[in-house]
Ligand binder design. Sequence first.
Ligand SMILES: Nc1ncnc2c1ncn2[C@@H]1O[C@H](COP(=O)(O)OP(=O)(O)O)[C@@H](O)[C@H]1O
Ligand SMILES: [Mg+2]
Length: 298
Amino acid sequence: MEEVLLLDNVHKTINGREIIKGISFSIKAGEVLGFLGPNGSGKSTTLRMIVGLSKPTEGQIKICGNSIVKNYVKAMSNVGCIIEGPDLYNYMTGWDNLEMLAVMNKNISKQDIISAATIVGMEKHLKEKVGTYSLGMKQRMGVAQAIMNKPRLLILDEPTNGLDPSGINEFRNLINRFAKEENMAVLISSHLMSEIELICDNVSIIKNGAILKNAVVKELLNSQEVFWILDDNKKAMDILNESWGINSKIDGDKLVASMDKSIISEINASFIREGLKLKFVDNRHKTLEDLFLNITEN
Ligand SMILES: Nc1ncnc2c1ncn2[C@@H]1O[C@H](COP(=O)(O)OP(=O)(O)O)[C@@H](O)[C@H]1O
Ligand SMILES: [Mg+2]
């Protein structure tokens, strides 16, 4: 699969303060990446650099192989985005808002406007003024604007902000369709793990301008907290580390590790082979939210 977006060691310093401290990640066609981090962690600053609204101080950004610094126009021809809220005029109708944007981009036809509005389910509301739309409808119009030029890369900054659960659900289906049917690469930022864990294939977790973790959502969701009580927890800890490459810690009378639960029984068998007595074993599912809090709070 082809890399649609690549960030390589991107830094940004504003007024002598380093806000982005060497960020790297990539997204392939058909993949949805969640860019997750608390407020003020540097998400919008990063997205603004990706779409050329500000320049990286150091590092490279490539879209479909084109550097956004050396080959800006070609790189941007592949991008649709909403950064810091949809850009809509309340006193104009939905249609006029879309058309105004289309006029600025020669490659967008009337038919493209109609199909973008239809994809987001707004085709029946285009004659109404945007000022009468609900927040969810405005959000969908923003997405329509972003997809009118059939981008290979769709960038959405906190798109679920202010949506109610049914709006979020609808939004999820929309994004999944773009990625899986249109083979778009999608980058979605959010400060709420719970809102994006069902949309994203991968997550990059950012805090204070640095990536704390790049992870595959399915693997994170399979990860469990496992507890053992053995006659020699310290020896078991060494076995986990040396034979399985798993870090664990001793918590009271228990040995605790975060790991994929599918190998628990094999690990138990190896403890017994090493002569340990297994008194108790249990596991607890961790939600992505737990993991996110765990990662960002440490
Ligand atoms: N133009 C700017 N000048 C100075 N500081 C800025 C500027 N833009 C963002 N920052 C600072 O950079 C940090 C990251 O902000 P931002 O990227 O907006 O975070 P997020 O989108 O994750 O909430 C914040 O501390 C913010 O105050
Ligand atoms: Mg932001």
